[in-house]
Design a protein around this ligand. Structure first.
Ligand SMILES: NC(=O)c1ccc[n+]([C@@H]2O[C@H](COP(=O)([O-])OP(=O)(O)OC[C@H]3O[C@@H](n4cnc5c(N)ncnc54)[C@H](OP(=O)(O)O)[C@@H]3O)[C@@H](O)[C@H]2O)c1
Length: 274
Protein backbone atom coordinates (compact mmCIF):
# COMPACT_ATOMS: atom_id res chain seq x y z
CA UNK A 1 0.00 0.00 0.00
CA UNK A 2 2.56 2.62 1.08
CA UNK A 3 5.09 1.52 -1.54
CA UNK A 4 2.66 2.04 -4.41
CA UNK A 5 1.67 5.49 -3.11
CA UNK A 6 5.35 6.39 -2.74
CA UNK A 7 6.28 5.21 -6.23
CA UNK A 8 3.37 7.23 -7.67
CA UNK A 9 4.34 10.38 -5.80
CA UNK A 10 8.06 10.17 -6.57
CA UNK A 11 7.42 9.52 -10.26
CA UNK A 12 4.95 12.43 -10.38
CA UNK A 13 7.61 14.85 -9.15
CA UNK A 14 10.14 13.54 -11.67
CA UNK A 15 12.28 11.13 -9.67
CA UNK A 16 13.93 8.22 -11.39
CA UNK A 17 12.33 5.42 -9.35
CA UNK A 18 13.34 1.78 -9.12
CA UNK A 19 10.79 -0.32 -7.28
CA UNK A 20 10.90 -3.99 -6.38
CA UNK A 21 8.50 -6.72 -5.40
CA UNK A 22 9.53 -9.28 -2.79
CA UNK A 23 10.26 -11.70 -5.62
CA UNK A 24 12.65 -9.19 -7.21
CA UNK A 25 14.33 -8.13 -3.97
CA UNK A 26 13.99 -10.07 -0.74
CA UNK A 27 15.36 -7.63 1.80
CA UNK A 28 16.14 -10.46 4.23
CA UNK A 29 18.68 -11.75 1.70
CA UNK A 30 21.82 -9.65 2.29
CA UNK A 31 23.58 -10.82 -0.85
CA UNK A 32 20.63 -9.88 -3.03
CA UNK A 33 20.35 -6.48 -1.34
CA UNK A 34 24.01 -5.66 -2.07
CA UNK A 35 23.66 -6.87 -5.67
CA UNK A 36 20.72 -4.55 -6.29
CA UNK A 37 22.52 -1.60 -4.66
CA UNK A 38 25.64 -2.26 -6.77
CA UNK A 39 23.48 -2.06 -9.88
CA UNK A 40 21.22 0.84 -8.88
CA UNK A 41 23.53 3.02 -6.75
CA UNK A 42 20.53 4.88 -5.32
CA UNK A 43 20.70 8.46 -4.03
CA UNK A 44 17.92 7.62 -1.61
CA UNK A 45 16.19 4.48 -0.39
CA UNK A 46 12.67 4.43 1.00
CA UNK A 47 11.93 1.07 2.58
CA UNK A 48 8.22 0.24 2.53
CA UNK A 49 8.73 -3.54 2.67
CA UNK A 50 7.80 -5.36 5.83
CA UNK A 51 6.15 -8.45 7.22
CA UNK A 52 2.83 -6.77 8.10
CA UNK A 53 0.59 -9.63 9.19
CA UNK A 54 0.31 -8.64 12.85
CA UNK A 55 -1.55 -11.78 13.95
CA UNK A 56 0.42 -14.11 11.67
CA UNK A 57 3.66 -12.83 13.23
CA UNK A 58 2.77 -14.46 16.53
CA UNK A 59 3.34 -17.88 14.93
CA UNK A 60 5.81 -16.82 12.19
CA UNK A 61 8.41 -15.04 14.28
CA UNK A 62 11.34 -16.04 12.08
CA UNK A 63 9.81 -14.74 8.87
CA UNK A 64 8.70 -11.57 10.63
CA UNK A 65 12.12 -10.80 12.14
CA UNK A 66 13.86 -11.73 8.87
CA UNK A 67 12.03 -8.91 7.05
CA UNK A 68 11.48 -6.36 9.81
CA UNK A 69 14.80 -6.58 11.65
CA UNK A 70 17.41 -8.31 9.44
CA UNK A 71 15.92 -6.87 6.24
CA UNK A 72 16.05 -3.31 7.56
CA UNK A 73 19.62 -3.85 8.75
CA UNK A 74 20.65 -5.17 5.32
CA UNK A 75 19.22 -2.06 3.65
CA UNK A 76 20.92 0.21 6.19
CA UNK A 77 24.30 -1.48 5.64
CA UNK A 78 23.98 -1.27 1.87
CA UNK A 79 22.83 2.38 2.11
CA UNK A 80 25.94 3.10 4.17
CA UNK A 81 28.21 1.49 1.57
CA UNK A 82 26.63 3.45 -1.29
CA UNK A 83 26.10 6.65 0.77
CA UNK A 84 22.37 6.70 0.07
CA UNK A 85 19.87 8.55 2.22
CA UNK A 86 17.87 5.84 4.00
CA UNK A 87 14.27 6.10 5.19
CA UNK A 88 12.52 3.13 6.78
CA UNK A 89 9.02 2.86 8.18
CA UNK A 90 8.28 1.71 11.71
CA UNK A 91 5.05 1.55 13.64
CA UNK A 92 2.92 2.89 16.48
CA UNK A 93 2.88 -0.74 17.74
CA UNK A 94 6.32 -0.21 19.28
CA UNK A 95 4.35 1.36 22.17
CA UNK A 96 2.34 -0.63 24.71
CA UNK A 97 -0.71 1.62 24.61
CA UNK A 98 -0.89 2.30 28.35
CA UNK A 99 -0.42 6.05 27.91
CA UNK A 100 -3.59 8.07 27.47
CA UNK A 101 -2.01 11.02 25.68
CA UNK A 102 -0.26 11.08 22.30
CA UNK A 103 3.04 9.17 22.14
CA UNK A 104 6.08 11.28 21.25
CA UNK A 105 9.75 10.43 20.78
CA UNK A 106 10.19 11.02 24.54
CA UNK A 107 8.21 7.84 25.28
CA UNK A 108 10.05 4.57 25.72
CA UNK A 109 8.89 1.83 23.36
CA UNK A 110 7.53 -1.32 24.96
CA UNK A 111 6.08 -3.45 22.16
CA UNK A 112 3.64 -6.18 23.17
CA UNK A 113 3.35 -8.16 19.93
CA UNK A 114 5.94 -10.06 17.91
CA UNK A 115 5.31 -7.63 15.04
CA UNK A 116 5.93 -4.61 17.32
CA UNK A 117 9.09 -6.21 18.72
CA UNK A 118 10.41 -6.96 15.23
CA UNK A 119 9.80 -3.36 14.11
CA UNK A 120 11.59 -1.96 17.17
CA UNK A 121 14.49 -4.33 16.49
CA UNK A 122 14.52 -2.96 12.93
CA UNK A 123 14.76 0.61 14.27
CA UNK A 124 17.67 -0.31 16.54
CA UNK A 125 19.53 -2.24 13.87
CA UNK A 126 19.06 0.54 11.31
CA UNK A 127 20.53 3.16 13.61
CA UNK A 128 23.40 0.91 14.72
CA UNK A 129 24.26 -0.05 11.14
CA UNK A 130 23.95 3.43 9.64
CA UNK A 131 23.74 6.54 11.79
CA UNK A 132 22.19 8.44 8.87
CA UNK A 133 19.03 6.25 9.01
CA UNK A 134 15.71 8.09 9.13
CA UNK A 135 13.01 6.17 10.98
CA UNK A 136 9.38 7.04 10.34
CA UNK A 137 6.84 5.72 12.81
CA UNK A 138 3.33 5.80 11.47
CA UNK A 139 0.08 4.04 12.23
CA UNK A 140 -3.50 3.32 11.18
CA UNK A 141 -2.58 3.69 7.51
CA UNK A 142 -5.33 3.57 4.89
CA UNK A 143 -5.18 3.85 1.13
CA UNK A 144 -5.46 2.25 -2.28
CA UNK A 145 -4.29 -1.37 -2.37
CA UNK A 146 -4.56 -1.58 1.41
CA UNK A 147 -6.00 -4.82 2.72
CA UNK A 148 -6.37 -3.70 6.33
CA UNK A 149 -9.69 -2.90 7.99
CA UNK A 150 -9.37 0.88 7.58
CA UNK A 151 -8.76 0.55 3.83
CA UNK A 152 -11.52 -1.93 3.03
CA UNK A 153 -14.33 -1.08 5.46
CA UNK A 154 -16.02 1.24 2.95
CA UNK A 155 -16.32 -1.70 0.53
CA UNK A 156 -17.87 -3.89 3.22
CA UNK A 157 -20.32 -1.14 4.15
CA UNK A 158 -21.19 -0.52 0.48
CA UNK A 159 -22.13 -4.23 0.30
CA UNK A 160 -24.30 -3.69 3.40
CA UNK A 161 -22.12 -6.03 5.47
CA UNK A 162 -22.49 -5.66 9.24
CA UNK A 163 -19.10 -4.73 10.72
CA UNK A 164 -17.62 -4.73 14.21
CA UNK A 165 -16.20 -1.31 15.07
CA UNK A 166 -14.02 -1.05 18.18
CA UNK A 167 -14.92 1.94 20.35
CA UNK A 168 -12.08 1.72 22.88
CA UNK A 169 -8.87 1.58 20.80
CA UNK A 170 -7.42 4.85 19.55
CA UNK A 171 -4.93 5.74 16.85
CA UNK A 172 -3.96 8.51 14.46
CA UNK A 173 -5.28 7.62 10.97
CA UNK A 174 -2.81 8.23 8.15
CA UNK A 175 -3.55 8.38 4.44
CA UNK A 176 -0.89 6.46 2.50
CA UNK A 177 -0.62 9.26 -0.09
CA UNK A 178 0.10 11.89 2.58
CA UNK A 179 2.62 9.59 4.22
CA UNK A 180 4.29 9.02 0.83
CA UNK A 181 4.71 12.76 0.29
CA UNK A 182 6.29 13.11 3.71
CA UNK A 183 8.60 10.11 3.20
CA UNK A 184 9.98 11.79 0.09
CA UNK A 185 10.41 15.11 1.92
CA UNK A 186 12.25 13.36 4.74
CA UNK A 187 14.58 11.59 2.30
CA UNK A 188 15.54 14.99 0.93
CA UNK A 189 15.79 16.63 4.35
CA UNK A 190 18.19 13.83 5.32
CA UNK A 191 18.01 14.40 9.08
CA UNK A 192 18.90 11.25 11.04
CA UNK A 193 16.01 11.13 13.43
CA UNK A 194 12.92 9.21 14.48
CA UNK A 195 9.87 10.99 13.06
CA UNK A 196 6.24 10.36 13.96
CA UNK A 197 4.16 10.87 10.81
CA UNK A 198 0.36 10.81 10.79
CA UNK A 199 -2.48 12.95 9.51
CA UNK A 200 -3.41 15.84 11.84
CA UNK A 201 -6.30 15.93 14.28
CA UNK A 202 -7.00 14.38 17.62
CA UNK A 203 -7.01 10.80 16.34
CA UNK A 204 -9.96 8.42 16.39
CA UNK A 205 -11.26 5.08 17.55
CA UNK A 206 -12.09 2.49 14.90
CA UNK A 207 -15.74 3.25 15.51
CA UNK A 208 -15.23 7.00 15.00
CA UNK A 209 -13.34 6.27 11.80
CA UNK A 210 -16.15 3.96 10.61
CA UNK A 211 -18.79 6.59 11.46
CA UNK A 212 -16.89 9.15 9.40
CA UNK A 213 -16.80 6.71 6.46
CA UNK A 214 -20.59 6.34 6.79
CA UNK A 215 -21.05 10.14 6.90
CA UNK A 216 -18.91 10.77 3.82
CA UNK A 217 -20.42 7.96 1.75
CA UNK A 218 -23.97 8.14 3.10
CA UNK A 219 -23.85 4.58 4.45
CA UNK A 220 -26.22 3.28 7.11
CA UNK A 221 -24.62 3.65 10.56
CA UNK A 222 -26.77 0.77 11.81
CA UNK A 223 -24.34 -1.50 9.98
CA UNK A 224 -21.79 -0.72 12.71
CA UNK A 225 -21.70 -2.93 15.80
CA UNK A 226 -19.91 -1.07 18.54
CA UNK A 227 -17.59 -3.55 20.32
CA UNK A 228 -14.82 -3.46 22.89
CA UNK A 229 -11.24 -4.30 21.93
CA UNK A 230 -11.32 -7.11 24.51
CA UNK A 231 -14.17 -8.95 22.83
CA UNK A 232 -12.14 -9.60 19.66
CA UNK A 233 -9.94 -12.55 20.53
CA UNK A 234 -7.07 -11.87 18.13
CA UNK A 235 -3.73 -13.68 18.46
CA UNK A 236 -1.63 -10.48 18.75
CA UNK A 237 -2.18 -7.85 21.43
CA UNK A 238 -2.73 -4.32 20.08
CA UNK A 239 -2.09 -1.07 21.94
CA UNK A 240 -5.30 0.45 23.31
CA UNK A 241 -3.96 3.88 22.48
CA UNK A 242 -1.22 4.42 19.91
CA UNK A 243 -1.85 7.99 18.84
CA UNK A 244 1.39 9.57 17.65
CA UNK A 245 2.63 13.17 17.78
CA UNK A 246 5.96 14.44 16.48
CA UNK A 247 8.36 16.66 18.42
CA UNK A 248 10.49 17.53 15.39
CA UNK A 249 8.55 17.84 12.14
CA UNK A 250 7.46 21.45 12.55
CA UNK A 251 10.84 22.44 14.01
CA UNK A 252 12.38 21.17 10.75
CA UNK A 253 9.95 23.33 8.74
CA UNK A 254 7.61 20.52 7.71
CA UNK A 255 3.96 21.52 7.62
CA UNK A 256 1.42 19.30 9.38
CA UNK A 257 -0.23 16.72 7.12
CA UNK A 258 -3.93 17.37 6.40
CA UNK A 259 -6.53 16.49 9.01
CA UNK A 260 -7.41 12.77 8.83
CA UNK A 261 -11.08 13.48 8.11
CA UNK A 262 -10.15 15.58 5.06
CA UNK A 263 -7.68 12.90 3.97
CA UNK A 264 -10.39 10.25 4.30
CA UNK A 265 -12.67 12.35 2.07
CA UNK A 266 -9.96 12.49 -0.59
CA UNK A 267 -9.44 8.71 -0.38
CA UNK A 268 -13.15 7.95 -0.62
CA UNK A 269 -13.77 10.51 -3.39
CA UNK A 270 -11.08 8.91 -5.54
CA UNK A 271 -12.74 5.56 -4.86
CA UNK A 272 -16.11 6.96 -5.92
CA UNK A 273 -14.75 8.03 -9.32
CA UNK A 274 -13.34 4.57 -10.11
N1 LIG B 1 -0.76 -0.65 7.40
C1 LIG B 1 -0.63 0.00 8.56
O1 LIG B 1 -1.62 0.42 9.18
C2 LIG B 1 0.74 0.28 9.13
C3 LIG B 1 0.82 0.90 10.39
C4 LIG B 1 2.07 1.23 10.90
C5 LIG B 1 3.21 0.96 10.17
N2 LIG B 1 3.11 0.31 8.97
C6 LIG B 1 4.35 0.06 8.25
O2 LIG B 1 4.28 0.73 7.00
C7 LIG B 1 5.06 0.03 6.03
C8 LIG B 1 4.23 -0.23 4.80
O3 LIG B 1 3.10 -0.99 5.18
P1 LIG B 1 1.95 -1.40 4.14
O4 LIG B 1 0.68 -1.36 4.91
O5 LIG B 1 2.11 -0.63 2.90
O6 LIG B 1 2.34 -2.94 3.93
P2 LIG B 1 1.84 -3.98 2.83
O7 LIG B 1 0.79 -3.39 1.95
O8 LIG B 1 1.56 -5.24 3.59
O9 LIG B 1 3.14 -4.16 1.96
C9 LIG B 1 4.30 -4.75 2.49
C10 LIG B 1 5.10 -5.26 1.33
O10 LIG B 1 6.35 -5.78 1.81
C11 LIG B 1 6.64 -6.94 1.07
N3 LIG B 1 7.58 -7.79 1.80
C12 LIG B 1 7.36 -8.58 2.86
N4 LIG B 1 8.49 -9.22 3.21
C13 LIG B 1 9.46 -8.81 2.35
C14 LIG B 1 10.83 -9.11 2.17
N5 LIG B 1 11.45 -9.96 2.99
N6 LIG B 1 11.50 -8.51 1.17
C15 LIG B 1 10.87 -7.64 0.33
N7 LIG B 1 9.58 -7.32 0.42
C16 LIG B 1 8.88 -7.89 1.44
C17 LIG B 1 5.29 -7.60 0.84
O11 LIG B 1 5.38 -8.49 -0.22
P3 LIG B 1 4.37 -9.74 -0.31
O12 LIG B 1 2.99 -9.19 -0.35
O13 LIG B 1 4.81 -10.43 -1.56
O14 LIG B 1 4.63 -10.53 0.93
C18 LIG B 1 4.43 -6.38 0.53
O15 LIG B 1 4.51 -6.06 -0.84
C19 LIG B 1 5.57 -1.22 6.75
O16 LIG B 1 6.85 -0.96 7.26
C20 LIG B 1 4.60 -1.39 7.91
O17 LIG B 1 5.18 -2.12 8.97
C21 LIG B 1 1.90 -0.03 8.43
Amino acid sequence: MVARATIKHCQAIGDDVSAFTRQELDISNGEQVFEVFAREKPDAVINCAAYTNVDGAETNQDLCFAANAVGVENLALASKKYESAFVTISTDYVFDGAKEEFYTQRDTPNPQSVYGKSKLEGEIRARNAYARSIIVRSGWIFGDDGTNFLSVMHELLADRKQIKAIYDAYGTPTFAEDLATRLRELAELDMPCIFHVTNSGSGASYEEFARKVCEIKGFDKNLLDSVSNNTLKRPAPRPKNSRLACLFSQKFGLSPLPNWEKALEVFLKVKRQK
